[in-house]
Every structure is written in C-alpha cells, then in structure tokens.
Design a protein around this ligand. Structure first.
Ligand code: SF4
Ligand code: SF4
Length: 474
C-alpha cells in the first residue's frame, strides 16, 4: 500500500484544530480533517510500504483507502488517471457548443484593440442567418451522432447580443431539435451586459436560458476607465441597472478582469455588489487576470498572463476577457496565484459564491464533444484559439484542408499533463490552459503551470473545512 500521489495536505492553525491536518485527494475529491498521527502514518507508509502496523493503524488505513488516500500501487493509480482523461475526452453525456454570433463589440476596452476602436467592427465577422441555419443543422447532426443526455449552447462573441436574430434563431431551432430527441438543453450567454434587457431574457427563457455572465472590471470609476464606449462614456451604471432588471428572471454571474492597476478596486466593487438589492440573486462572482499580449511590449504593471495572441497581436478572435469563472466556456484560465487567492477570499467574505481555485478542470478543450464555432462556420477546439485561423480544426460544411487536418491532429493528442510527473493536481488541472501554453511557451503540448494557485485554493478549502468543524463542535 502507498499514499496516493494525488493527496494534498494543509496543517491547520492551532486555533482551528491544534495539530490537525486537512487532507484532500484531488482524484477522488475526498476531503477530511485528520489528526497529525494519521498524517505521520501516511508518511511512514510512503517511506516503507511494508511497515508493520498496529490494528488501530490498519483500521485507519482501511478508511483512508476507501476514500482514495491510500492505494495499492501508484502505477495502477496512474493508469486510472489515464483512463479518467480518456473518459473525459470521449464522454457522450453532454454535447457543448459555443457559438460566436459575432466578433463585433460595442465596447472600446482599454486592454483590447478590437471592439469599437477604429474600423474594427466594419471588418469583424458577424454570423448570417443563412450560416446560423447551417450551424443548427450541423449541431442537429452531432445530437444524432453523439446521443447526449444534455446539450449546452453558449452564446459568445465579440458581443453576442449585437446579433440577436442569430441568437434567437439558434436557441429556438435547437430547443425544438433537443425536445424532439429527448435531450435537455441549457443556454448560457456571455455578454458585456450593455444590451442585456428583460426582453432579451424573456425571449430566451422558454428556450433553455440557464445563465448570463456579465463583466465588471472593478469599482465604478475603474470599470468606466477599463470598459468605456468609444466616446469615453462609462458603462458601469447601465450594466448594473440592466442586472437589476433581470436578476429576478435568470441566474447572473459577475466576472471581471483585473491587472495590477485595478486589483485594489475589487473590494470596493464587492462592497457595492453586496449592498445591491440583487446581491443574493447573483449565482457567482469570480474574477481573473486581464488578458494581454506578452510581447513585444509588456507595459509595466501588467500581469503576465496571456490567453490569446496571434503573431504578436492580441485577441483577434473571441473576447477572452469574458471567458472563465462561472457561466462560461472555461474556468481554468483563472490564474494569478496570490491575487486570485486574495480576491477569492474577499469575494467569499461578502457571502458570494465563487470558484474555489481547486476544481478548475479539465476544461472543455479536453472533450471531444465540445466545439467552438466562429461566425463563418469554422470549428475550433476552444474559444481561445479563434484568433488564429491556423488552429481551426474543421468547418461545419465538412471542408477539409491540410491546415485544418494538422490542427485537428494536434488537439487530438493533447496531454500536457503527462509532463507533470507526479504533481498532485493533475486530475483538476490537466497541465493548465492550452491556449496560454501555446501563446506563452510556443507549444500546446507543454504544461502551463500555476501550481501555487491550486495550492492557495487548497489552503482556502482547508480553512473552510476547519471553520465548519469548529462550528459543528460548538
Ligand atoms: S484551453 Fe484555456 S482558454 Fe481554452 S477552454 Fe481550456 S482553459 Fe479555457
Ligand atoms: S501544470 Fe502545474 S499544477 Fe498543473 S498538473 Fe502540471 S505541474 Fe501540476
């Protein structure tokens, strides 16, 4: 017997359990608080698998084994993890499709050169109703081929609500397609919030609207500086008002992008949200670092996390500032270790649900039956790659060419986690964000590691578990 390679532990502070240890297994998701004796027992077992044990110790090990903290053989455990990633890849229970209804945007964000800057919107792709018809037919075929229990449609952009005819058409047609096949359908919308009205929500609710994610980049003044309209007008008040008007009707997630210049304004944003009459209706509040190009210019103070870049240019495809953290296509690009941990705790302190920093993946790029469709019908493995046409893996009309074939085969063999040796976070990380690895490290097959972020997440889980234990004891 050996301790599992996926055990992580946090010694608890004396006030919350003198000498006790929080133990978590990232593969089985078991979480327990044990005495330091049990932790020492695991250490002894690690040092000598055939150590002689008292009957009490044997019984403790039997319990630990039931929860996956102790395994017969680490090689077998590794084989199980490989099988787990195969299951994730091949799973047919859910079909997920993200449709970029348009790459146009009505904001002129400080950190983004697309959107309503210059001529961008004049040339940015917008899906036609004719293409939407072919997208729907392609999805219907996937529903027949895959036979999922549920179908998740995410409307994304640019700003997806700038193309409402396509949004409504897809939701209505696919709702009927799912109903005819006995498939449960859920619709998520990732929007900047400016065009989010009760009318839009009411129109989508009968067709499976599950949640809407909007973005606030800091407190009032910071957000208005970061996400203005082209004329410089602020957008904070309008978005908050829109949220207020729809909060009774659907699940709202608030996201936000911070950099070093704005991170300190987030506690004020959280205080503001807490005071609102819709505070208790927010399904989730979760922030992540702003996405910027790493090179050639990295202005001082910018946090060096990049999710999208194409030949040195950022964000030519979808707006990844809206992704992650809630009603979203991906949550595991939410990294920036200590700042993330700080904001997570500030968010939790005010009673909002947020990401725990540990259960972050594997993200949808590891699923065969998760697709992103660009406005022209090109297929991508995840929204983060839509800025680079060389990464398109196919097209809804079935066209094939060398570039797409090559891209598809690259994504087919993604397994950066295999380079991660015996890291305890492999089951929840899978080697990190593939887009960030591709952009920052030049290879999508290398891990993009933010282990300290996971470690900070485990510390938060440990504190919560200790607080729960204390509350139960009192
Ligand atoms: S690869 Fe990165 S951007 Fe793409 S879905 Fe995964 S975490 Fe999100
Ligand atoms: S990328 Fe880092 S945290 Fe993620 S599995 Fe690999 S070594 Fe672990």
């Amino acid at each position: 017997m050996q301790p599992s390679m996926f055990n992580v532990r946090v010694p608890l502070e004396p006030a919350s359990g003198g000498g006790d240890v929080f133990l978590m297994n990232t593969f089985t998701d078991a979480q327990v608080i044990v005495s330091s004796d049990v932790a020492s027992l695991l250490d002894r077992l690690a040092a000598d698998a055939s150590a002689s044990l008292t009957s009490e110790e044997q019984s403790a090990l039997a319990t630990l084994s039931e929860h996956g903290f102790v395994v017969d053989d680490r090689q077998i455990e590794r084989t199980k993890v490989e099988a787990y990633f195969r299951e994730v890849r091949e799973g047919t229970d859910q079909l997920r499709v993200t449709v970029l209804t348009t790459l146009q945007c009505n904001f002129a964000c400080d950190y983004c050169f697309q959107g309503d800057h210059g001529d961008y919107n004049k040339f940015a792709d917008k899906m036609t109703l004719e293409t939407a018809g072919r997208v729907a037919a392609w999805i219907e075929q996937r529903l027949d081929d895959v036979g999922p229990e549920s179908f998740v449609l995410t409307l994304f952009g640019g700003e997806p609500l700038l193309n409402l005819p396509v949004a409504y058409y897809l939701c209505e047609r696919l709702w009927n397609a799912c109903a005819a096949r006995g498939v449960r359908m859920m619709v998520n919308v990732i929007t900047n919030g400016l065009l989010l009205t009760p009318e839009v929500v009411d129109r989508l609710l009968p067709f499976g609207l599950n949640g809407v994610k909007i973005t606030l980049d800091g407190d009032h003044d910071t957000h208005d500086r970061m996400r203005p309209l082209r004329g410089g007008q602020g957008t904070f008040d309008k978005i908050v008002e829109n949220v207020r008007r729809v909060a009774d009707r659907c699940r709202i997630t608030v996201g936000g992008n911070f950099d070093e210049s704005s991170v300190d304004s987030y506690p004020a944003l959280l205080d503001f949200l807490r005071e609102q009459d819709f505070a208790d209706k927010l399904a989730k509040v979760a922030f992540k670092p702003v996405i910027r190009e790493p090179k050639p210019v990295q202005p001082k103070g910018f946090i060096p996390l990049t999710a999208v870049a194409n030949d040195g240019r950022p964000l030519n495809g979808t707006c990844m500032t809206s992704a992650g953290g809630g009603t979203s296509v991906c949550g595991s690009c939410n990294f920036l270790d200590e700042k993330m941990a700080f904001l997570r705790e500030e968010t939790q302190k005010r009673g909002f649900h947020t990401n725990d920093g540990v259960h972050m993946g594997p993200c949808e790029i590891h699923r065969r039956h998760a697709h992103t469709i660009a406005p022209d019908g090109s297929l991508y493995a995840c929204p983060g790659f839509t800025g680079d046409k060389k990464q398109s893996t196919g097209h809804i009309d079935g066209r094939r060419d060398d570039i797409r074939e090559r891209a598809a085969s690259q994504f087919e063999r993604l397994a950066a986690w295999k380079e991660c040796n015996d890291c305890a976070f492999i089951p929840v990380c899978a080697g990190g964000c593939t887009v960030a690895a591709h952009t920052e490290l030049g290879s999508m097959h290398r891990p993009n590691c933010h282990k300290t972020s996971f470690e900070a997440g485990v510390v938060s889980l440990a504190r919560e578990a200790a607080a729960r234990e204390l509350a139960t004891a009192n």
